[in-house]
Ligand binder design. Structure first.
Ligand code: ATP
Length: 374
């Protein structure tokens, strides 16, 4: 296989029926996945869902119970980690404390007896924007800087795939956000395939081209971040990625392009194509709608709401001003789970009457809803 690295193109990763059992417990159910060469792929899920196990099987640190790992068309399942064209960055950077940054990054090259180490290390440190700090020791760097050293060290051997296991987990929120953009920039620059494990949905959506949402050892849904967000296929995905309002509704008519549904005393429309379950009159569906897709109008102005929008009555129970937007919680009998409906409104032309206790109309474009199994 051709070496990759800055300017390289990486390689595709294919998992074919890969699974992992520990005794009677199945950590990863048979899984088929294809990660295109040069893409940024995220495995996203809550603690214990099997994402780290999946990553470790790609790395060769864990032996699959069934199935195979194929890199660039080559079955590497039987190869030890060091013979695979991959490298891993862990949350614990595990830098050598007694070596300076330059030597930390150079370590892998020196061990392999590579000449002209200095130039390659210099390029790598420039890539992660630490060229000026080459002679410092790890303890003289911030957490974010140490993490960049770990990335440089993992990239110096020109792996074709970089595996990242919660690499930003130890950083505070602000630094995390910075490093997300930084890692994305590095990935774009080196052009190799990144497979990134995280439990942070915002992190996955910020960085990845494709996200696989894992739940209890299975991939629930795989897609581009915007598709997962706009069209989740299960309540798990709807709730895991951002906040969802889920409204229990009865199907009245399923004969047209739009389903006609009843939720409490209101009628709702939902494009049939956006409903994940078969709908027929008498069946129930959950209508999902994101908080920022809902508009609030004071009940006194109900006549100003345009035709063709889904509308529900409610009463504001709380309003939290958070700068760019206000987050409202609205009591409504239709909210599945009974916790009210969330509405995020931009603070442009904010109606001062929208305070707790106010009677309101919630309304949205039916095309923004999604239908799930009730
Ligand atoms: P986290 O974010 O907490 O690391 P994860 O999604 O990465 O979670 P895994 O580390 O892949 O989860 O673990 C998946 C499941 O397999 C967990 O329930 C875990 O307890 C179990 N597990 C992992 N390693 C072993 C092991 N060596 N023996 C037994 N069970 C294990």
């Amino acid at each position: 296989t051709a070496p990759s690295g800055p300017g390289g193109s990486g390689t595709d990763v294919r998992l074919a029926g890969i699974s992992k059992r520990y005794g009677a417990f199945t950590a990863v159910h048979p899984l088929d996945l294809s990660v295109p060469a040069g893409s940024f792929f995220a495995l996203l899920g809550a603690s214990g869902c099997g994402k780290t196990t999946t990553l470790r099987m790609i790395a060769g640190l864990e032996t699959p119970t069934t199935g195979s790992v194929v890199l660039a068309g080559r079955d590497v399942t039987a190869l030890p980690p060091y013979k695979r064209p991959v490298n891993t960055v862990f949350q614990s950077y595990a830098l050598f404390p007694h070596l300076d940054i330059h030597e930390n990054v150079a370590f892998g090259l020196r061990r392999r007896g590579v000449k002209s180490v200095r130039k390659r290390v210099g390029e790598m440190l420039d890539l992660v924007q630490l060229g000026d700090l080459a002679r410092r020791r790890p303890h003289e760097l911030s957490g974010g800087q140490q993490q960049r050293v770990a990335v440089a060290r993992a990239l110096i051997n020109h792996p074709q795939v970089l595996l990242l296991d919660e690499p930003l987990g130890a950083l505070d929120l602000k630094l995390r956000r910075q490093m997300q953009l930084e890692l994305k920039r590095i990935q774009t620059e080196v052009g190799i395939t990144f497979v990134h494990v995280t439990h942070d949905q915002e992190e996955a959506m910020t960085m990845a081209d494709t996200v696989a949402v894992m739940n209890a050892g299975r991939v629930e849904q795989l897609g581009a971040p915007a598709d997962l967000y706009e069209t989740p296929r299960t309540t798990f995905v709807a709730n895991f990625l951002g906040t969802s309002n889920l409204i229990t509704a009865d199907v009245l008519d399923a004969s047209g392009d739009d389903l006609v549904l009843r939720a409490a005393d209101g009628k709702l429309a939902l494009p049939a194509a956006r409903c994940q379950v078969p709908a027929r009159p008498g069946s129930k569906v959950l209508v999902g709608i994101r908080p920022e897709k809902i508009a609030l109008t004071h009940a006194d102005d109900a006549g100003t709401v345009p035709e063709g929008r889904n509308r529900l009555r409610g009463r504001i129970s709380s309003a939290s001003f958070i700068g760019v937007s206000t987050q409202y919680l609205v009591d409504s009998p239709v909210a599945a789970g009974g916790s009210g409906l969330s509405v995020y409104a931009q603070n442009v032309d904010r109606d001062p009457r929208l305070v707790p206790g106010a009677e309101v109309l919630l309304h949205w474009n039916p095309g923004h809803g999604f239908g799930l199994d009730a």
